[in-house]
Design a protein around this ligand. Sequence first.
Ligand code: HEC
Length: 173
Amino acid sequence: MNPQVDNSVVTTTVTLISALVLLAAVLFMGASLIGVIDNVPPDDGSRKQAAILERIKPVSQVSFETPKPAAVVKLSGKEVYNKVCAACHAAGTLGAPKTGDKAAWEPRFAQGIDTLVNHAVNGIRAMPAKGGDPSLTEANLHDSIVYMLGESGIKVETAPAEAPPAPAPAEAK
Ligand code: HEC
């Protein structure tokens, strides 16, 4: 073979490959430059973390916006009565003194409001402790008893003479 022809073929080939490599390098640099511009602002990992938190977050979440215990304490005597006490005291179920029956309530009221509250808190005979709702406070019971007595025509403005003023009714206001 002719060594001159050989040589020129080699030169041409080397030149062509060099040009292609150079072109590839230019394209690569251009591409990575676009990549850098695209990436602004650079991620410090917080985006990945946010994505993970989003992915693993619970399907449903419970809201504690209105705490229940506070709502129970705020119930008025009438509300407590309607919610719990009326179940028995509206109709006189199980022999409960009926709301509105003054004759049934008068002898009980004669024991003093504190005794009635005490019996309602702890239960007495067929009357369950706290009317069966342990979430009720002593103040709730006091208020609902006063409400029942009021509905029965018995006014509880001041404690009866034999009962000393107790702290419980005072805190119920
Ligand atoms: C499951 C039925 C039932 C519910 C609910 C109930 N009571 Fe009674 N309650 C009774 C019965 C029965 C009596 C009569 C008990 C007895 O003297 O034998 C009674 C009696 C009472 C008495 C009189 C106690 C005494 O010393 O004579 C008071 C006060 C009273 N209840 C308050 C309440 C209040 C306040 C509520 C609501 C928070 C309530 N009750 C809910 C059944 C109930």
